[in-house]
Write a protein that binds this ligand. Sequence first.
Ligand SMILES: Nc1nc2c(ncn2[C@@H]2O[C@H](COP(=O)(O)OP(=O)(O)OP(=O)(O)O)[C@@H](O)[C@H]2O)c(=O)[nH]1
Ligand SMILES: [Mg+2]
Length: 316
Amino acid sequence: MPRLSIGPNNTPPDAVAASEPARCGYVALIGEPNSGKSTLLNRLVGHKLAIVTPKAQTTRSRLLGIAIEGATQIIYVDTPGIFAPRRRLDRAMVAAAWSGAADADEILLLVDASRGIDEDTGRILGALRERGGRSILALNKIDLVRRDRLLGLADALSRQGRFDPIFMISGLQGDGVEDIKRHLAASLPPGPWLFPDDQLSNTAERLIAAEVTREQVFLQLHDEIPYASTVETEQWADRPDGSVRIEQVIYVQRPGQRAIVLGEGGKRIKSIGARARAELEQTLDRRVHLFLFVKVRENWVEDRERFEALGLNYDT
Ligand SMILES: Nc1nc2c(ncn2[C@@H]2O[C@H](COP(=O)(O)OP(=O)(O)OP(=O)(O)O)[C@@H](O)[C@H]2O)c(=O)[nH]1
Ligand SMILES: [Mg+2]
């Protein structure tokens, strides 16, 4: 896969530059938890960068996905779902989402068309009205909804905010996604590209690697465990044969949770490690030796260090 990190080559290719002015801008994908932001980011960029699970509150911090469309560099920002926060971690996640929106040239609000305007989306609509200005709306998951219901929902949403344009898409199946790209390519502000043309993200590989394991924790464990856990990369050693040795810690809050993550005879942790390793080899495009440890840390949700590892602001 193309590199994730920053390099020197940040001008459009000459052929493109000659015919059209370069454009560049940030587009924040916001919406309630589970509305499909990370799925859409991956599709817009054409690579799996963000983790995706059927569970709400999967994404915990912002993630850039950088794409080129003609002479335009589009910097998509995946954000955590916006909901009514309770814990410090929730507050930091929601704050990260809103600050992603505040810093962006365009806000793209995703609404899960199969859920309609529920409490969380209602609150986001209120906050956008207060903020003022226009945003882009994408009614997502249209594969799950009848067309007449979609039109009704689009109408109800446009009465509750200033949306222009409105897209109807399926991030999962791809419908409507090209229309979003085309619109952004033509409408982001003129200006030089901010990243090299082969760069996909600016997120550290250590964090992306931890996310891959966290995705498996979310997919393979249920009830409170995903929300009571976090994953950190502690060691990263490049080996002379081109492979990488990665050590990660899965933090949980109670000994009982540790026992569940390990599973009978270590079966669960083995399965988490096997899936995560396979995904990591794809993402990093090299052989990976992955070592997972499970630590009990009752109050990790109040540890500044844990927040910083996730790229979150502790003081929110
Ligand atoms: N049917 C259908 N499912 C979708 C679509 N887009 C996303 N999903 C599913 O919705 C679930 C949540 O997707 P995510 O992309 O993780 O949603 P998110 O908005 O990033 O969620 P958080 O990170 O928790 O805020 C996953 O099971 C996806 O497969 C879609 O267009 N159609
Ligand atoms: Mg997400």
